[in-house]
Each structure stands twice: as structure tokens, then as C-alpha cells.
Design a protein around this ligand. Sequence first.
Ligand SMILES: NC(=O)C1=CN([C@@H]2O[C@H](COP(=O)(O)OP(=O)(O)OC[C@H]3O[C@@H](n4cnc5c(N)ncnc54)[C@H](OP(=O)(O)O)[C@@H]3O)[C@@H](O)[C@H]2O)[C@@H](O)CC1
Ligand SMILES: [K+]
Length: 578
Amino acid sequence: MQRVETPLYDAAQIRQGETQLFAHHDSFAIMQRAAEALLTVINECFPLAKHLTDNVDENAAENITENRAENRGTYRVVLGCGNNAGDGLVLAARLKQQGQAVICYTVFDQPRSQSLPPFTGDAAQAYQMAQDSGVPIVPVAKWQSQPTDVIIDAIFGIGLDRPPTGDAQWAIRAINQANAAAVVAVDVPSGLRCDTGQAYTDVADEAGDIDSIDSIEGADLNAVQADMTVTFIGDKIGLHTADGKGLSGQVVVATLGAVLPANLAEATVVRYHCVYHRVYHCGADERRRQQQLNQSGQSRQSGQSGQSRRFSSGNQHKGDFGHVLTIGGGQGMFGGAALAAVSALKVGAGKSSLYAHPDYQSQFHLDGTPLYEVMRCHDLHAIDASICFNAICLGPGLGRDDWGWAQFKTVTERLTTNQRLLIDADGLYHLANSDNHSANRLENAIAVITPHEGEAARLLQITVAAVRQDKPAIVKQLAQTYRCIAVLKGAGTLISDGNSVWINESGNVNLATAGTGDVLAGVISGLLAQGYTPLDAALQGVYRHGLAADDYCAEKKRHSVNKAGGKTLRASDLWSYF
Ligand SMILES: NC(=O)C1=CN([C@@H]2O[C@H](COP(=O)(O)OP(=O)(O)OC[C@H]3O[C@@H](n4cnc5c(N)ncnc54)[C@H](OP(=O)(O)O)[C@@H]3O)[C@@H](O)[C@H]2O)[C@@H](O)CC1
Ligand SMILES: [K+]
């Protein structure tokens, strides 16, 4: 499988790109290029309204009908006070020149002196251009809820540095509630922090305790929900993770002629997706090499592209594909461990064993169905995990009680060098509560940890709100602190080896369902057992897990961003799509 990576940048790096551009080009010409890129995308993607609802006031409907009869669209451009607004103003002028019905709304007060333009620099020139083209420019107080083809959000771009308040906040809400066929964000959806993907909210951002997601769940986002974002100079981190993944819609990059560093090592964060070759063939030499690696317990060197050690000569034994031991399933919590153990098999592990609470030792069942394919492990002390198992998956449904803690201790105290280990769920709870000894032992193991935001907060002894403030930095910190590969789960899941950060492209809101994390733990463990490096196992596991959810949605004809909020996926549904 080949991994395709594209660099993502933060605002400071984008500003460097701007500086390079301005050394050779007039800055207003660059703004015009930005507007031209917006115009092209809007004309191609949203050629007149398609989805106006019936629920509109009559006058507005007449206007729309009139415009439609003349083959004209209606466009509303909402302006802030900086160059993001400048882009919007030039776009408005160009739309007007094309004969479209366009109106601009300003969210900031007009200057006290009417002789001064409300904008400065390039945005002032853009304002003049829009006025000369006859574009009406009115305060946002005149906003009426009437249907529109396209709303263009040009309030804030990379210059946003504090929560939107007053008219800006009001305008963001108005855009989100508007009856528009599409909302196009200029550069960045307003209210979204482009470096981290965290949106401002209507409640204090510092709210939230360690491990408590609920305390800040449900806050209204104070940011524009876009269908499409046309972003300039280079692609931005915040458009692909955390709140940004859902708020940005489809992202289109217009470089405007800027050349940012192509060397991925220079970019702090990359976005990736994987290209699949469904059948892996390899010759005798490769098989021999894989056997040697197996025997020595060494990991395969990772590269830009990771190839599976699986091969399809048709002459392999199930032992050739790795054996996973899942340790979990405390009292009343068997389901998570079972999901993980089966998932390891679904991604190609040869064998899967499960060590669970004695309550479950007689027979393994999931939803009433016996798990024939999962073997029982009876005594953790009696095994030498490094010999019997190629990977250990520690934590799904383990429980936070004494039994769970005892199993955690048994495993971590017996970790041998190069033991392949994934820690998830309650395993992470115990890791956070154990002394540094356990973290140090992870250094010797080939380890992957898979926390969600709450677990990450606990592992770093900070609040969930602090995790959300900068997830790219947090995932790196997790990898460095625990000396392993860290996977920070959520929209736009992040993976880090302590140096670089990857953002996964696959997956959708349906994955926010009980048990999907257990499936991911099993998937990554299954790949670890097959000989993937921990980084490849994490990257490919997260990608394949997301892709399975995307395939599920495509098949059920349910879209990944479901504005109605309906979620129908059950964790075990993913198995059919691996
Ligand atoms: N330069 C280029 O090459 C190109 C630039 N381009 C475009 O320019 C955009 C960047 O423009 P920008 O720097 O003027 O910042 P922008 O995002 O418009 O914000 C304006 C000002 O708002 C203010 N402010 C911030 N937060 C606030 C808040 N919550 N509430 C109220 N005010 C707030 C803050 O000013 P302050 O009030 O702090 O003085 C800030 O400076 C970029 O995203 C792209 O679209 C493209 O044309 C491509 C070429
Ligand atoms: K914007």
C-alpha cells in the first residue's frame, strides 16, 4: 500500500509564502488571483441555486424567480475588515461584472468620518473596485433571511486571533442559519483557528476538566459551517482536523503562484491518504526477509510507502500472518475486547486470542453469537508473550477496577524488548495512573497508544479543553512523553512519532459510535502482528478504519457529513468493509 502525503501549513508558514510572493508580484494582483480562483470554483461547483426550499418569503421568492429567469444567480458576500474581506470584495466585483445579483454585507461599523474608506491597503483598493462595479455594500444589520444561491464568507481568514463577537458573531450565526444553496469560505471558515482546527465556541474556551469531555460537549460553535473552502497559498492544518474537518467542507487549494517548501520534513504536519493495491505479491526473497524479521523480532523499516508483509502465493499457514493477544473484557465489559479480537482477524492477522475476566472463560459470545474464531487464553502468567504472540492489544473493556489494574501490571512488568504492544481504552487509564516505570518500559517495546481527547488529557494531566486547543502539538507531546507512536482519535485523527504529525483523510461522523475505538485497536494490533512497523500500522490502521466507515456510508447512501445528524453505523458493521 502506498501512502500519499501532502503538506499542511500553519499561518506563520503561509505568511512566509506571502512574503515570497510579494517580493515578485504586486500584492493587489495576488488578491485578484485569489478572487479569480474563487470565481472559477463557484462557477464550476455552484452554477445557480439548485436546492432552494419552498419556505421563503414571497418578495424574496419573486426576486429569485426573476434572477432565475434571467439565468442569474444571487450571491451574498459577508465582509470583515481585512484582506479576507478584500478577496470577497474583488470577487463581488467580478460576479457583478458577469451580470450576477450580488450584495456585500459589512460586519464592522463604518468609519466615523465618511471621507475615510472602511478598509485599508489592498482591501481598500478592492472596496473601490466593488463600488465602481456597482456592488451594493450595506451593514449586516440589513441582512434578511431570504434564499440565496451562494453565501461567501469573507469575514476572517488567517488574521483571526480572538473570538468573534458582536456583529461578527451575529453574522456567523446568520450564515449558518441562512437558506442558501451553498456556503463558500474564503481561505478559512470564519471562527476556525487555522493552525489547530479548533473553532471558537459560545462558551468560555477554558472550561473542562481532565478526562471530562462532557463538560464542554454541546457548546455552540462560533464559526461558519462551509460547504467548500477555497484556501490560498497552501493547505492549512486546521481545515483537516478537529472542528475544522467538519466545518471546512470540501477544501480546494489555490496556490496563487506561491511555492512553499515541498520537502515534507520541513512541514510540521502532513495530511495523508493511502492508495490500495488489494493483492500483494512478493517473491521468495521477500518471504525469506520477512521470516528473518519475524525470527529476530525486528521491525521493518518504515518508508514513504509501507508494503504489507502479507503475500498471496497461496502456500501460507495462518501462523505466517501473526498472532494477536487481546487483554481486556473485565466484568460486564466483554464486548469491547471481543470487537478488538475479531477486528484483528478481519485485517488479516492469522490468529487471535483473548484473555478476559474469568466470568467469560467458558465461552466467548458477542451479541449472542459464539466467537469460534477467537481462541481463549487462560493464564497470563503461564505464557511468554514475546514468543507466543506477535502483538498484544491491551485495554479494550479492561475495566478500571483491581482486576483490570492487575492485568495491566502483569503485562507491562513482563514486557520484553521489541514486544509489539497497543494500549487502548482502560489500558490508557492505568498507564496514566501508573508511575513513570510503565512509560519507560514502553520505550523498549514497539508500542502504539490510541487515546481519544479525554484519555489524552489524563495521560498528560491536563484538561480536555487544553487538548482541544492544539491537537497537533498534543499528539506529538504524547508520542514524546510515552516514547511510542501516538494516535489521537477524533475527527481528522492525528498520528505522531514524536517528530512529525500525520492527519488522516478517511472517516466520517458515523465513527462517533460505541465500539468503533475497540475495532480500531484490533485493526492496528492485527497489522502490528503482521509485521508492519508501529508507524505504518497506526497510519494504515487509522486510514483503513476510516475508509471502512466511508465505504459503509457510500453503500448505504448516507453521506459522511450528515446535517440531519443521523448515525446508523454499528461498530461490527465495519468488518464487512475491511
Ligand atoms: N496577503 C496575501 O498574500 C494574501 C492574503 N489573502 C487574504 O488575506 C487574508 C489575511 O488577511 P488579514 O491579514 O488582513 O487578516 P483577516 O483574516 O482578513 O482579518 C482581518 C483583521 O481582523 C482583525 N481581527 C482578528 N480577529 C478578530 C475578531 N475576532 N474580531 C474582530 N476583529 C478581528 C485583525 O485585526 P486587528 O483588529 O487585530 O487589528 C485582523 O488583522 C487571508 O486569509 C486571505 O483571505 C489573499 O488575498 C491571498 C493573498
Ligand atoms: K473566511
